[in-house]
Design a binder for this molecule. Structure first.
Ligand SMILES: [Zn+2]
Length: 496
């Protein structure tokens, strides 16, 4: 069965190059197949549609996309319909193979090698084509693996943040999908219960299975063949047990395919997390609650968290989706490790995050005076922490809270420019700080008196962070052991 090859599979389902959804290669192949079964020559078809034979040849080779009017003429000449010509699947298995090889040879990786294309003729056997295709697949895989450098990841991350910023971190199509799912199971507001989550699974045609041997590089594994979602029996107490299930639903709903590169992997992750949050905190209910709070001038992340029974991080992050698009409030969000390292960041309020030469924010260190850092020094971990911070790009008000995780403590912060603090609970705080970062003298360099006393008189042995030297996880799903996943599915599958 030729369809077993993953590259071929992706080639067959690859999005067509043309903007109007036309796949020139498949279309050309279908026209040629129909022409030959009708025993027409290139010349006779050309004559029938009043075009030069060379033009027909270009179309059949997928080098030109005919306009719709010409497509109609071709359809009539071949005794078929335009719809039939435009069918997305290859006309035969052999054609699928040939198209996949052609597509691979037109791909960026092959083109970059500067090699002459292999001409596929009728005499080329299926085995030869399959071998060529497998080689292409392997080269692309190696290429992907080599490209998965921290630099690529950081670039991809920076680009993704720019996209999110341009859309105010609001994705109406994902809100729509969340609404559809919630409506389908008759959810009428309030926190999404486990029963609602179970109903969603049924609605999507999946059953939930809790197992003790889930591959540890995964949070869940979806068996699309048997309609099963596997989840761990042991859940970390600090995690919301609904989240991994909803994330699995989200991937299904978004129609995610195996990611082709790191950027796509990151984009899929953003979509999954967005949709998950949009289900847990439905747009309509959340906007209603936030609008009421805004009118009363007491917007609070804690209230949002409590109203929907989600984690503080989920509530704070969800706030960034709706703050600008639905409430007209620019906002920034940060998740910062106790070491000061930024794990996640988003802004559309012109707060200036530290960044490296590639424009990446994650992994850089945040100013010691920012709320995201000062909150670690506050002994009271129960009350929300508020602070005004004067920065070179203006005064911002932020609220922050610490959450514990396996790797240590994290602060999760939401902030707005001074002009918008009037809508928030906590605006009356007297906590105030000044940050001059990125000026080194702000907090990156030791104060002069200390420096003169200790410079040259100390030798700290650096603890090498494990993440610094570790290679970026590789593989189609970065960090996931595919063998482990397949073996797992095999052992749990109801149909051996
Ligand atoms: Zn600083």
């Amino acid at each position: 069965m030729v369809n077993a090859d993953p590259l071929l599979r992706s080639a067959l389902s690859a999005p067509p190059a043309a903007e109007h959804g036309l796949d020139a290669l498949t279309l050309g192949r279908r026209i040629r197949e129909l022409r030959t079964t009708r025993r027409m020559t290139l010349d006779s078809l050309a004559a029938a549609i009043d075009r030069a034979p060379s033009q027909v040849s270009m179309i059949e080779n997928g080098n030109r996309e005919p306009r719709l009017s010409m497509l109609r003429t071709i359809a009539i000449a071949l005794g078929t319909t335009v719809d039939d010509l435009l069918k997305p699947e290859a006309p035969s298995e052999r054609a699928a193979l040939e198209i996949a090889v052609e597509r691979a040879q037109r791909g960026a990786v092959f083109t970059a090698l500067g090699l002459a294309k292999i001409r596929v003729s009728r005499a080329t056997s299926d085995e030869t084509l399959q071998t060529i295709l497998t080689l292409h697949h392997e080269i692309e895989r190696l290429h992907r693996e080599r490209a998965a450098t921290p630099e690529e990841a950081r670039r991809a991350n920076a680009q993704l943040r720019a996209t999110m910023r341009a859309r105010d971190n609001y994705f109406p199509e994902l809100e729509e999908q969340a609404l559809e799912l919630l409506t389908a199971v008759g959810h009428s507001g309030g926190p999404v219960s486990h029963q609602v989550v179970a109903d969603m699974a049924t609605h999507l045609g999946y059953s939930l299975h809790y197992v003790g041997d889930l591959p540890h590089s995964t949070r869940s594994v979806t068996d699309k063949r048997n309609g099963r979602i596997y989840l761990p029996t042991a859940q970390s107490a600090s995690r919301d047990s609904r989240t991994p299930i909803l994330q699995a639903f989200a991937s299904l709903l978004c129609g995610h395919d195996e990611p082709g590169n790191y950027a796509e992997f990151l984009r899929q992750r953003v979509e999954t997390n967005y949709l998950t949050a949009a289900i847990l905190l439905p747009e309509k209910d959340t906007v209603r609650l936030l609008t009421e709070a805004k009118n009363l001038r007491r917007i609070s992340m804690e209230d949002l968290r409590d109203a929907f029974s989600v984690s503080y991080e989920t509530a704070a992050h969800r706030f960034t989706n709706l703050a600008t698009a639905r409430l007209g409030i620019p906002v920034h969000f940060m998740k910062v490790h106790e070491s000061g390292t930024i794990i996640k960041a988003y802004e559309n309020d012109s707060v200036r995050f530290p960044s490296d030469a590639l424009g990446a924010v994650e992994g850089t260190t945040v100013c010691r005076s920012w709320t995201a850092r000062t909150v670690f020094d506050v002994p009271d971990r129960f009350s929300p922490w508020y602070q005004y911070t004067d920065t070179p790009s203006g005064t911002f008000w932020c609220t922050s809270r610490i959450e514990k995780a396996k790797e240590g403590e994290y602060s999760v912060s939401v902030g707005v420019p001074f002009d918008h603090v009037k809508w928030f609970r906590g605006r009356e705080t007297t906590n105030r700080a000044v940050s001059r970062c990125p000026d080194e003298s702000c907090c990156r360099r030791a104060p002069n008196d200390l420096a003169t006393r200790w410079a040259g008189q100390s030798w700290p042995a650096a603890r090498t962070p494990t993440s610094l030297l570790a290679a970026l996880p590789t593989g189609t799903f970065p960090g996931v052991d595919q063998t482990e996943v397949y073996q797992f599915l095999e052992s749990h599958s109801p149909t051996h």
